[in-house]
Write a protein that binds this ligand. Structure first.
Ligand code: AP5
Ligand code: MG
Length: 217
């Protein structure tokens, strides 16, 4: 399966990807997670990305494309689930070219639809575990003990780009630069819309229904 997950910031892409990976054992490639890992390691790439990410802007296409094409190449035949990439039409065109070179293509684009007001609430309430990467929400998916990770007891942290002022910029960036991808992939007949405003379990069921059908054909 070669799947792209599209959706605004906070749509639940990361949350759903974890569940899809568990069920279908596919590789999860999150451009945001890879960038945060590079930053944590203090790499040159991570340093270059820092100011863009913290202001809610996109990291330049050339940097992202090189990083993601390398990650995709490592997946080989077993496919992948792309989360946060592509995010511009230029990135999508480059992805198509890279896949064409190996005689492959995208099978399906899941488009998680969530209104802007809900995105803002989800992001400002998000907390993550710096150790294992688990993601919580202080209201909708709280940990058993406030601010503590259920898996490893680490203190949860807030992403620097989840502050209210940055969230508004990320939403604008999404509408200006990423939403056009819905048309880009729509013209290829690949888009499946999913109501991302429902509970996480309901959203998973909608996605599994579609992916089960894809796996069986
Ligand atoms: P990235 O990390 O990709 O962030 P994003 O796309 O803005 O998306 P998020 O990770 O914030 O949200 P999500 O959809 O994964 O939601 P989640 O499941 O966590 O990118 C960060 C930055 O990196 C970018 O701004 C950019 O600078 C750079 N970057 C990355 N890729 C790039 C690219 N291709 N090109 C250029 N730059 C790039 O859920 C959010 C919250 O909601 C959580 O608290 C969760 O518990 C809760 N929640 C989830 N689902 C539900 C539900 N159904 N009901 C209730 N609560 C829910
Ligand atoms: Mg995410």
């Amino acid at each position: 399966m070669r799947i792209v997950l599209l959706g605004p910031p906070g749509a639940g892409k990361g949350t759903q990807c974890k569940r899809i990976v568990e069920r279908y054992k596919t590789a999860h490639l999150s451009s945001g997670d890879i960038l945060r890992q590079e930053r944590a390691e203090g790499s040159e790439l991570g340093e270059k990305a820092r100011s863009y990410m913290d202001s809610g802007a996109l990291v330049p296409d050339a940097i992202i494309i090189e990083m993601m094409v390398k990650a995709i190449a490592k997946c080989g035949e077993k496919g992948f689930l792309l989360d946060g990439f592509p995010r511009t039409v230029v990135q999508a065109e480059e992805l198509d070219r890279a896949l064409e070179r190996i005689g492959a293509g995208i099978d399906l684009v899941l488009n998680l639809q969530v209104p802007d007001e809900m995105v803002a609430r989800r992001l400002t309430g998000r907390r993550s575990c710096p150790k294992c990467g688990a993601v919580y929400h202080i209201e909708t998916m709280p940990p058993k003990t406030d601010e503590i990770c259920d898996n490893d007891g680490a203190e949860l942290v807030q992403r620097p780009d989840d502050r209210t002022e940055v969230v508004q910029n990320r939403l604008k960036t999404y509408h200006d630069q990423t939403a056009p991808l819905i048309d880009y992939y729509g013209r290829k007949g690949l888009v499946h819309d999913v109501d991302g405003s429902r509970s996480a379990d309901e959203v998973s069921n909608l996605i599994f229904e579609r992916l089960d059908a894809l796996c069986c054909c």
